[in-house]
Design a binder for this molecule. Structure first.
Ligand code: HGY
Ligand code: MN
Ligand code: MN
Length: 413
């Protein structure tokens, strides 16, 4: 085993440069898929990959495949990667550590004089975040066949722009059917990512090896009541859509808390109020709901309980509540053999590690449909993520990159 020669100063400078490519002022990172910032960021990453003498291919939705050719190119490659798109008001490390850290893992092996037998591929996934189209992991879902080309063609953003329009304006061509990959495409997939939770930092463990990825579901809920004048409409006559929504939000919170499992989480992250005037009784509200659990059945029990509460609210408040399921995915179990290989890589690097669950979803959740997967987590300060103060120590990133490089070496030699 050759010791990977990681140059963490280079990675930190590249992460800082990438963070400055944003629709927000530093330290805010906002980089919504197919936005100008996303396209400039992609350009930046591709320049770094070309400088490392790697070949680059983009598919019809902008999933980007950066390859270090192995000596036996007929063998299925080993892959790593993550995303560089970022939700509004996000930080500099979510996803980017897996892309730039994956690139550095490759460069560190090149510096050590390693020559892979299996090719090693770094993947930059399109639209891991749900911001634009309301569904997460769009690129990896399509690769894994979870989102069909027909269903993808129907996607619209909030300005009613289609995936086809946006991807072709971004310069990505080809039929959407071509994004789907076969289950023999990759030998293994390993994703390096910040934990986005506090457990590693709290336990003082250097690195997490992911054994399961939680099952995410997201829904759009429309509550239709009756609008009217905030002064003249008397309380007994009201069918206030926002008051009904408030009841539903609290019912969701209570349903998630009452499963008795710490892995059950539920969030209402979007609440659109119509007409949205201070002196007008809300006639319509749209909620976007995110419910997750490592156990899909427990997650679905929260959704069943929510729908029961909605029926009661409809009756008591005289409103109409409709549900649209955007996605309801099963959890993923990581490959035990890969988990052991990562643990062995960590031991060889003198890095402490523990097994853990990922409560955030990742592209690995859908690559698991195609190949054996696992993830390498590094601690982030106070577990903060999806905020501008998201932070990972250079030493933590360096450990993660070295363990990823060792793992890629083991799997590709
Ligand atoms: O929401 C998630 O779990 C991921 O960060 N997109
Ligand atoms: Mn994220
Ligand atoms: Mn992420």
């Amino acid at each position: 085993m050759l010791k990977p020669l990681v140059k963490i100063d280079i990675v930190m400078a590249e992460l800082a440069a990438l963070a400055r490519i944003s629709e927000g002022e530093p330290p805010v990172v906002t980089r919504v898929v197919f936005s100008d910032a996303d396209l400039r960021a992609r350009q930046y990453v591709k320049q770094l990959c070309s400088a490392a003498r790697l070949s680059i291919r983009e598919d019809a939705v902008g999933n980007t495949f950066v390859r270090w050719e192995g000596s036996e190119s007929g063998l299925a490659p080993v892959a790593t990667g993550s995303h560089i798109d970022a939700i509004p008001n996000a930080g500099a490390y979510d996803g980017t550590v897996g892309v730039l850290g994956g690139l550095e893992a490759i460069r560190s092996l090149q510096r050590a004089g390693f020559q892979p037998r299996r090719s090693i591929e770094l993947i930059l996934f399109t639209s891991e975040e749900p911001t634009r189209f309301g569904i997460g992991c769009l690129g990896s879902r399509m690769m894994g066949g979870v989102l069909s080309a027909d269903r993808a063609r129907q996607l619209r953003d909030k300005q009613e722009r289609s995936l086809d329009d946006l991807r072709s304006s971004a310069g990505f061509a080809g039929g959407l059917e071509s994004v789907r990959l076969g289950s023999d495409t990759y030998h293994a997939f390993i994703e390096l990512h910040i934990e986005q939770g506090p457990l590693l930092e709290r336990s003082g463990t250097d690195l997490g090896v992911v054994t399961h990825i939680a099952a995410p579901a997201s829904l759009r809920v429309k509550i239709e009541g009756e609008g009217g004048h905030a002064g003249a409409m008397l309380m007994p006559d009201r069918h206030d859509a926002l008051a009904a929504a408030a009841e539903l939000i609290l019912a969701l919170e209570s349903a998630a808390k009452s499963t008795g499992a710490i892995d059950t989480v539920a969030t209402v992250g979007v609440c659109e109020v119509f007409p949205g005037a201070v002196n007008s009784v809300p006639s319509q509200v749209v909620l976007e709901i995110d419910v997750r659990d490592t156990d899909a059945g427990r997650r679905d029990s929260v959704l069943t309980s929510l729908k029961r509460s909605a029926a009661a609210t409809e009756g008591s408040r005289g409103v109409c509540i409709s549900f649209e399921t955007v996605n309801a995915d099963p959890p993923a179990t990581c490959d035990p053999r890969l988990v052991e290989i990562v643990e062995a890589s960590a031991a060889a690097a003198g890095v402490s590690s523990c097994r853990m669950v990922s409560r955030a979803y990742h592209d690995s959740l859908f690559l698991a449909r195609l190949a054996p997967v696992t993830m390498i987590f590094i601690p982030c300060r106070a577990g903060v993520s999806h905020r501008p103060d998201e932070f990972a120590e250079p030493a933590a990133i360096e450990r993660g990159v070295e363990v990823l490089a060792r793992t890629l070496q083991t799997l590709s030699r």
